[in-house]
Design a protein around this ligand. Structure first.
Ligand SMILES: Cc1cc2nc3c(=O)[nH]c(=O)nc-3n(C[C@H](O)[C@H](O)[C@H](O)COP(=O)(O)OP(=O)(O)OC[C@H]3O[C@@H](n4cnc5c(N)ncnc54)[C@H](O)[C@@H]3O)c2cc1C
Ligand code: FES
Length: 288
């Protein structure tokens, strides 16, 4: 069992969980993820390790409620436990001195760019973080990124905080500033956003890495669930990624595969909510 030390709502439907997991914390590097089951007979879901503290023996997960398992996980409070967590999994981020790196995070994807920022800064890069959300409450980890990055540029769809528009608009502005050339871009977030980021950087030929989020089951290359096409070749995101050259990723296929089980996922979530404590449902509804 993995005991939760801290549990807080970071944004509407987004939970910050600090969990006792000393062996994972000792080996964690930026880019790694874990696969967990909230209860013994539960579904396995992949989550990025947003932060680790090897002294304290903890890892931090930032989780968005999108279905039955994330809902179950986000109802847990400090002192309660997650049944099992496997990791760290995946290949770590390529950390090197690129020069000026722009990290582009959308929604909960900002939790993926956060450890990348820590690793890339330690390697001497100048870091600009462009983080998006539909409105101010949905922009997460701005303060935490501010402690590491040279600049943090929030963007909101409705203009309630920072730049009024999509992260790609702000990215285009940064690329147009030839006095401060952008040498690499790393992005994580919804598939349409990562596709749009890749389209912005393709023309100027800027090295761009996307952290992909396909459906995963085992996380060890055995089931094929996380299959993605990169440069026309079949890759398993759990063992070959989850980070790939964004200009080579087949985002259409990724998008199709992510929605393949939508009907079953809805049934599972409805069933879970029927069983769950109605008090909690009120709490989530207030946050929506
Ligand atoms: C390597 C990796 C790292 C991830 N890191 C995080 C993280 O740090 N925080 C976080 O909140 N989520 C993260 N995800 C996504 C997370 O695994 C899914 O949201 C989760 O599995 C959904 O489970 P569920 O049962 O709650 O919802 P489901 O019922 O399985 O799905 C509900 C809805 O979410 C969509 N969905 C399902 N799986 C994914 C997915 N993998 N990515 C995006 N949408 C999905 C479905 O299309 C559906 O519309 C990561 C995924 C991967 C592959
Ligand atoms: S999750 Fe099964 S092969 Fe990647």
């Amino acid at each position: 069992m993995f005991v939760i030390r801290e549990a807080e709502w970071l944004a509407p439907q987004v939970r910050w969980l600090v969990v006792d997991a000393p062996r994972i914390a000792a080996r964690h590097r930026p880019g790694h993820f874990v696969i967990l089951r909230v209860v013994e007979d539960g579904e396995r879901i992949p989550l990025t390790v947003a932060r680790s503290d090897s002294q304290e023996g903890t890892i931090t997960l930032v989780v968005q409620v999108v279905g039955a398992t994330t809902d179950r996980l986000c109802r847990l409070e400090a002192g309660e436990a997650i049944a099992n967590i496997a990791g760290p999994l995946g290949r770590p981020t390529q950390i090197e001195n690129f020069g000026h790196v722009v990290l582009v995070g959308g929604g909960v994807g900002t939790a993926v760019i956060y450890p990348q920022a820590l690793g890339l800064k330690a390697c001497g890069n100048r870091i600009t973080a462009v983080i998006g959300g539909r409105s101010k409450p949905y922009v997460i980890l701005e303060e935490e990124l501010g402690r590491t990055c040279d600049a943090v540029l929030p963007c909101t769809d409705d203009g309630s905080h920072g730049y009024h528009g999509f992260v790609t608009g702000k990215l285009q502005e940064l690329i147009a500033d030839t006095a401060n050339p952008v040498h690499a871009v790393l992005t994580a977030g919804p598939v349409p956003m990562m596709r749009a980021v890749a389209n912005v950087t393709r023309g100027p030929g800027i090295h761009t890495i996307a952290s992909l989020n396909p459906i995963m089951v085992d996380g060890t290359g055995m089931c094929g669930g996380c299959r993605v096409q990169v440069g026309g070749k079949m890759m398993f995101a759990c063992v070959h990624g989850p980070e790939f050259d964004a200009h080579q990723v087949n985002f259409d296929e990724l998008s199709d595969r992510l929605t393949a089980y939508r009907d079953q996922e809805k049934v599972a979530w409805d069933h879970f909510r029927e069983q769950a404590d109605p008090g909690h449902i009120c709490k989530l509804a207030v946050l929506q």
